[in-house]
Design a protein around this ligand. Structure first.
Ligand SMILES: Cc1ncc(COP(=O)(O)O)c(C=O)c1O
Length: 446
């Protein structure tokens, strides 16, 4: 528990909130693939093992999004209609966590970009909206998807509602039961939600016969959503992370942050994001990586994952399937194996066996590093953050908070000022059952 005390005047006077006007919403997304010194290995057709073509995946994704997925352009224009919807929550604020700094007695300055103010409560609408836009432009009527903690499913449900599309969501069974309010959020926006493995697909029925208690995983839910897509007319599949176009859409986060750090008059020494499939990390990190490459800056970039599902720190970098049923193209990524079913940790959004190829490549090229934490340590940091800064973080970005706190404590030990930036990519108001488990001493490390 943090000791409460009167806040000193100097602290009250420190600027803590950096806000941009609507006109500063970025006009383009940034494609880091254009700047890598070594090209990103292409996705392969699982049969021929040759690079996939647009025709190979036309059944799953609309052509306009596949072209974006394969694009080598550095900057891709954001459609006006998408920018107009972004104004509902963008630009998002950058804050300086002065009360957390004080509690840690650190000389470090800690900044966080807050994405939890979107209607769905996380960064996921940044890509849900353009994905629904491009699908509607291509004449698609219905989208099928997976969701872990429910943040992505909720975001796509909202985006589909805004563009008049039907939405079907396969929600990982353990999260369906742990986080019922996100399911209700999806239903409020008009989506149909099934616990995965479900009785809706051949694959789901087989898994339920083999293990009626299966907690599910993102890999399984992706397989179900793809099977649904392939057998239903006018339907396409949408993915909430991992793929290049998803990482691309999230780069609005980092671009805004660079402007806001300028307003704060500071330059981050270290940029931190949690990683499930890699998209919020990509969003904050890739624009900083661009500057690292173009301007030879020494910024450290850190991706933080759970010990229980540590693809970057414990997985192998190799071609693997993006889903459990082996229906997706093969992706060159850090992976724990497509059949890995992660333990039931509370950060449901981080329970994915693989890592975005773009993030994997950035780590391989030495542009980013990785760290892993057990969930009890993560929740300790989340509690400290909630008690100092007020916002109750989602369990996923609580991983980034843990790493930021450790960086700040290291700065204290070394007696050095350090500027630390992390992405607070979602609030935890619908994850309070996880806090209940932590407060009740029932949260275990796995
Ligand atoms: C709040 C939040 N953060 C992080 C993640 C992890 O996904 P990604 O690595 O794509 O940002 C999720 C996934 O559902 C999420 O809901």
């Amino acid at each position: 528990m943090v000791k409460s005390e009167r806040i000193p005047l100097a602290l009250v006077k420190t600027p803590t909130r950096f806000v941009l006007p609507e006109s500063e919403i970025p006009t383009h997304w940034y494609n880091v693939a254009a700047d890598f010194s070594e090209p990103l290995p292409p996705p392969l057709h699982p049969g021929t093992k040759k690079p996939i073509t647009i025709e190979d995946i036309r059944a799953i994704f609309p052509e306009n999004l596949v072209r974006q997925e394969m694009s080598a352009e550095r900057w891709i224009e954001i459609p006006e209609e998408v920018r107009a919807i972004y104004t509902l929550w963008r630009p998002t604020p950058l804050l300086r966590a002065v009360r957390l700094e004080r509690a840690l007695q650190t000389p470090a300055h800690i900044y966080y970009k807050y994405e939890g103010g979107s209607p769905a409560g996380s960064h996921k609408p940044n890509t849900a909206v353009p994905q629904a836009f491009y699908n509607r432009q291509a004449g698609v009527k219905r989208l099928a998807t997976e969701t872990g903690a429910g943040q992505w499913g909720a975001s796509l449900a909202l985006a589909c509602r805004l563009f008049g599309l039907e939405c079907r969501v396969y929600m990982v069974s353990v999260s369906y039961h742990q986080k019922p309010y996100r399911k209700l959020l999806m239903q409020t926006w008009g989506a149909t939600v099934f616990p995965s493995p479900s009785d809706q697909t051949e694959f789901g029925r087989r898994l339920r016969r083999e293990n009626p208690e299966s907690p599910g995983s993102l890999g399984i839910a992706i397989s179900e959503a793809i099977e649904d897509t392939l057998k239903t007319k006018d339907t396409k599949y949408a993915l909430g992370s991992v793929l290049n176009h998803v990482c691309l859409h999230q780069t609005v986060i980092g671009q805004e942050t660079i402007r806001q750090m300028e307003m704060a008059g500071e330059e981050p020494d270290v940029v931190i994001g949690c990683v499930g499939g890699g998209s919020n990390f990509a969003g904050i990190a890739f624009p900083f990586i661009r500057r690292k490459l173009a301007e030879k800056r020494a910024t450290r970039i850190v991706a933080v994952e759970p010990n229980a599902c540590a693809s970057l720190t414990k997985g192998a970098l190799r071609y693997d399937f993006g889903d459990t049923a082996m229906t997706t193209p093969l992706l060159m990524m850090h992976t724990l194996g497509h059949d890995f079913v992660p333990p039931k940790i509370h950060a449901g959004g981080l329970r994915y066996h693989g890592m975005a190829p773009l993030v994997s490549h950035a780590v391989k090229l030495g542009l980013a590093e990785a760290a892993a934490y057990p969930q009890t340590k993560v929740f300790e940091a989340a509690m400290l953050f909630a008690q100092t800064e007020g916002i109750v973080p989602a369990p996923e970005p609580a991983h980034a908070i843990r790493a930021a706190v450790d960086e700040a404590l290291r700065a204290k030990e070394e007696g050095k000022k350090r500027v630390i930036l992390f992405n607070l990519c979602g609030h935890g108001m619908l994850d309070l059952a996880s806090y209940d488990a932590f407060l009740g001493g029932r949260l275990a490390d796995v």
